[in-house]
Design a protein around this ligand. Structure first.
Ligand code: Q9C
Ligand code: ZN
Length: 342
């Protein structure tokens, strides 16, 4: 399997994450990618290649113009406002506040576009996010060109980013951008299976009213887990998209048996949908040792579910999302990919 990867991920290097009332070193850190790359080399998974630059066209097909302008300028606006730390929102347009657009001041605009406060913005964030989208598009093009599979080693991740919202370590929705790329290249039906521990709220929001992209997500129940406000089993799609969103919220402590049962149900629905291609939002924060998650998958389980995902026989794009047990992230990710290859 070919991997697409950009060194520009290193530009996403914030020093802070607001966690438990403290500013801590971010869980979503550059070392994650280094561990995955060394495991790819060690196992001989396949070549690692740089992305093709596509400009903002593919991102514009998913994200709102004002949101992209915000991302492009937020850091300089934050600095120009005289702030010395990293950009973190402190105020939101919450219930019972009426505004219907981003206010002029950057402090207000941050809250307008942020879905959560843990994700600090710093100088290279926008450049890294654009490179991650290029990685996803380049890997999607490999699959469109006839490859059985490809791995988009995206960083920063994307599945929490909606049309006009960032947070949960995500800015551009790499998997959604890839899905739209596939649709525009002629794939009539794309299935997007999100196996990250956290619900893919951004991806769901982007595709909830569409019948051409089936979104399925296995995740920690939002009653307990981030992103807290989306991901219930009763969310099944909107309008023409009714029936094309499928959520599997699972309780804290879920182990592989129950998780794999949900996966089998999801894969059955992918087959019934008649998908032309499959995109996997691949987060390995379902691992037992993950520091911010509560499922109990073992490293071997990742290889097992990689095999299961291969069974429908679909052209498959893996897009990297979360996973914060840094020492084990390489083994767990590559186990999925080698499991898939059989
Ligand atoms: N104290 C992804 O896996 N909550 N994002 C962190 C830590 C945010 C996860 C709580 C988790 C975001 C792509
Ligand atoms: Zn996650």
């Amino acid at each position: 399997m070919r991997t697409i990867h950009s060194e520009k991920h290193r530009l996403r290097a914030p020093q802070t994450e607001l966690s438990g009332g403290r500013l801590v070193r971010p869980f979503e850190c550059p070392e994650r990618v280094e561990h995955i790359l060394s495991r790819i080399a060690q196992t001989g998974l396949g070549p690692v290649e740089p992305p093709v630059a596509h400009g903002l066209g593919p991102a514009r097909a998913i994200h709102a113009p004002d949101y992209l302008d915000f991302l492009a300028t937020v850091w300089e606006r934050w600095r120009a406002a005289g702030h010395e730390g990293e950009a973190i929102p402190t105020v939101w347009p919450s219930r019972r506040m009426g505004r219907r657009g981003a206010p002029q001041a950057i402090d207000g605009a941050l809250g307008w576009y942020a879905l959560a406060g843990e994700t600090a913005i710093s100088s290279g964030t926008w450049e890294a996010a654009q490179a991650a989208a290029d990685v996803a598009v380049t890997a999607a093009d490999l699959v469109l060109g006839g490859a059985r599979s490809a791995f988009a080693l995206c960083r920063p991740p994307g599945h929490h980013a909606a049309q006009d919202m960032y947070g949960g370590y995500c800015f551009l929705n790499n998997a959604a951008i890839a899905a739209q790329r596939m649709r525009e290249a002629g794939a009539e039906r794309v299935a997007l299976l999100d196996v990250d521990f956290h619900h893919g709220n951004g991806t769901q929001a982007i595709f909830e009213d569409r019948a051409d992209v089936l979104f399925l997500s296995l995740h920690g129940d939002p009653a307990q887990e981030f992103p807290h406000f989306l991901g219930g089993a009763d969310e099944t799609g909107v309008g023409a998209g009714e029936g094309f969103t499928v959520n599997y919220p699972l309780p804290p402590g879920t182990g592989y048996a129950a998780w794999a049962e949900a996966l089998e149900d999801a894969l059955g629905r992918v087959a019934a949908f008649g998908a032309d291609a499959l995109i996997v939002s691949l987060g390995v924060d379902t691992f037992r040792g993950d520091p911010i998650s509560s499922f109990r998958l073992e490293s071997d389980d990742f290889a097992d579910y990689g095999r299961r995902i291969a069974r429908p026989g679909l052209p498959t794009l893996f897009v990297m999302e979360g996973g914060y047990a840094v020492a084990e992230i390489g083994v767990n990710v590559v186990n999925v990919l080698t499991g898939f290859e059989g």
